[in-house]
Design a protein around this ligand. Sequence first.
Ligand code: FAD
Length: 380
Amino acid sequence: MKTYDFIIIGAGSAGCNISYALQKSAKKIAVIDRKGIARGASGAAGAFLSPLPGKENLYNNFVNSALEFSIDFYEKLIPEAVNKKGVLRVPNDNFELNKLKDNALSYGYYDNKKLQDISKNFKEIDGYYYENAAVINPLTVCTKLLENCDLYIKDIKKLTFEDGFYNIDDIRAKNIILAQGGSSSLVKVPYMAITHVFGLKIDVKTTTKIPFNIHKSISVSTNKNDGTVAIGATQIRHFATNEIECYTTCDECGFYVDSEKDQIDSLLTQANELIKLENLEVVKIFKGARATIKSFFPVIGKAIDYKSSVEKHPSIKNGTKIPFDALEYYPNIHVINALGSRGFVFGPYLAKILSENLLNDVEIPKEISTQKLFYKMARK
Ligand SMILES: Cc1cc2nc3c(=O)[nH]c(=O)nc-3n(C[C@H](O)[C@H](O)[C@H](O)COP(=O)(O)OP(=O)(O)OC[C@H]3O[C@@H](n4cnc5c(N)ncnc54)[C@H](O)[C@@H]3O)c2cc1C
């Protein structure tokens, strides 16, 4: 029996980042995934790292702090997997000119003449250029993050806690971190109501030189180090989410197989409305399901046992403040999930916050804590 400090379930952006952060602090880590590294949403990601413009609020402050931290983190960890050339944001219905202009981030306005001077392939567009943006290779990054951890390929069906340890076949640990993305959680966390937003991304080859990432409703990346350009991603909500076990790869989902061609055509059409892509060839198609919650914030922290907590403190439902410590928790289980459309922006930043909480008891900001969601549901 091999004993670890932590067993992490899920080898996507969330699981790989938290395992890296803990292992750097000399913790012994095992990571378990039913399919392998970055085989869920993380393998499908763009993976664009872009700022969120607009007037300052709690959410875009969080995104932009995460972005700053994460780009710097990836550049130090694995510079060859990062293309940091900035992003041109082209206004659309969601992000009109005012929203792009009125923000705390610095930017430069590029009119069509300026864009044409950079490349004749730009279409009749203009936009706002943000320097702090990049595109990375998600598989290379996740693989690097797990370099010094033990990876086990297993499909975990349930967790059993005996004599202070979680035993999984021939390994065990006192602590579990669930980084399961869109899959059914191994413990009941009804307050973390995940919805799946499916999407498709393609890698293409083109002879067009693309100077920086371009984002309107979809994104087109600059030419990456492996010679491809990423175009993504579509966003489709699966309305039957409750009945569908979201398995690792959308290749297994009939919903996807049927709608694949239309989505690829739509991505190519939208990309060509931004920049003319010459000698275009689609080389790979990726599909995945983003796990999101209503607030769009990601969630980290202790896994609260909802039923036992409410049974123990029924007055919570009427708004009585019960201290966090008095709630009932699944023993030594933490979660890191709901990374939504920004899994690679949030991953390193969340891992930093969660590891500091686990190792040094540093408080988790309220807006991303399991407790916030718990109280919200209990008081409803
Ligand atoms: C099409 C698309 C484009 C995207 N583009 C971007 C982008 O440009 N930029 C960006 O930052 N983000 C992007 N995202 C979002 C990003 O991919 C996700 O937020 C991120 O990958 C989520 O990481 P995760 O680790 O939480 O989940 P996942 O990557 O899904 O990992 C969860 C893992 O847990 C494993 N697992 C679950 N349950 C079990 C079990 N019981 N036993 C064993 N293993 C288990 C699964 O096999 C899976 O590998 C995109 C997502 C999609 C789908």
